[in-house]
Every structure is written in structure tokens, then in C-alpha cells.
Design a binder for this molecule. Sequence first.
Ligand code: CTP
Ligand code: MG
Length: 243
Amino acid sequence: MNIGVILAGGTGSRMGQTEKPKQFIEVYGKPIVIHTIEAFEAHYEIDKIAIVCLKEWMESLKILLRKYDLSKVEWIVEGGDTRQESTKNAIEYLRNVCKEEDIIVIHDAARPLVSSRIISENIVAAKQFGAVDTVIPSADTIVCSLDASVIEDIPKRKEYFLGQTPQSFKYNIIKKAYESMNENNFKNATDDCKIVKDYGYNISLVIGDKINFKITTSDDLMMLKAMLKLSDMGRGSYVFKID
Ligand code: CTP
Ligand code: MG
């Protein structure tokens, strides 16, 4: 079984003053999180979906799931204080339904333009290697500075990538990696792949896409609107198609 886990448990503080968390902001009449869930709902290899959601938004989410007829969504899990805690909650919640070899495809609700190709390649690589990250090459030179004031180093650009999501794993691997964490290294890890890597697994790479950007600030929201406008946004169960 391949399970999509959509992380929608954040408050979107970098978006600034908004009346709702960024994933619930409507773009052309549809909340961002619904755009994201639809990409997974439409994918033929995704069997079921779990959504991690802020507790106070769960009822609104349920109404939206009915409105948009998102029938693959099987579980709604309460979010945690950090992204890592939200992922951990999902992994624990799925304990009784997942088999060891099931694939979980963990994706940010704030990346609504994930393509079908990226999801497919995540599933293939997770089955083969057990752990996968989605990345894109950096077009710009990466500059390392320890104090945001002077340059420490300019590493070789070819060796550096920018991390996106999904990050996908065989269930038993991510479960064991999370169980192995103590409180201290759990707090310092900001990424599921970092946790699995530190647990001792190699992570294979899938090449993502610029279009799979994360909605973080209001500029990103403008960009999303522009992208949707450029494509055929009129359809009910719209999925951005770049493959
Ligand atoms: N997320 C989550 N639980 C948290 C924090 C984040 O499920 N406690 C989710 C967000 O909803 C988002 C994804 O993880 O879909 C990526 O996180 P980010 O872009 O950082 O979202 P926020 O944490 O909500 O935004 P900010 O950091 O600006 O507050
Ligand atoms: Mg955050």
C-alpha cells in the first residue's frame, strides 16, 4: 500500500498577518491544501491519504473533504508543535494500519503544484531503496556564512541541492528512525530525511521541479496564482500537469 501523508499542521507564521493558516488560504476559490490533496487523490498509485492538521481546523477540513469529494483521505491526525512532531504523530497514528513494506509519501500541504511524475518516482525509489528525498539542483551559487555577514566558504555548486518534498520511506524504516531519536537530536532535526540518515540509512534522490515550490510568504502566493492562471484553472478537480 502507498500512503500519502500531507502535513498541514503549521500556522504559516512567515506569511504574516492572515486570518487563516496559509494552507487554508483560497486560491481561485479553492484552499491550497485542497489543491495539494487533489494531486495525491488523482495519482493512481496512491491508495490512501492521511492529513496532519491543526486541531482547531479539523472540522473545517472535514467539510472541505466532503465538498471536494476526496475519498482517498482515510485519516486526519492532530498536528504537533513542530513539523517533526507532526510527522511523528502521523507515523504513530499509522502504527496499526501500516505493514513494514508499505510506502509513505510525506508531503508539505504548502507545495500544491507537486507533479504526478514526482510522486511516481518517489514511490519507485522508496520501494527500491527504502528512503527518498526530492531535490532540485541549485541554479544559484551557494554561499556559506556562519554569521550572515562574511563568507565562510563557497562550496561546489554541483554537490549541493535544494530540498523539497515528498520525502518517502518504507514504513518500518521511518518508524524505527523516529523511535531511535532522543529528545535532544529530535529537537535539532528539521527534516525527515535527516532523521533517517542519522539512523544510518542512505537516502536516494529524486529530481523535483521548480514548480514544486513551497508557499512560504505572500510573494509565493502571488506566484501560485500566476501559475494557476497560466494553466487551465477552470476545472473542478484541477491538477497542475507539467509531465
Ligand atoms: N507543518 C506541520 N506541522 C507543524 C509545522 C509545519 O504539519 N507544526 C507543515 C506545514 O503546514 C507545511 C509544511 O509542514 O505544509 C512545511 O512547513 P512550513 O512551510 O515551515 O509551514 P509553517 O511552519 O506553517 O510556516 P512557518 O514556518 O512560516 O510558520
Ligand atoms: Mg515552519
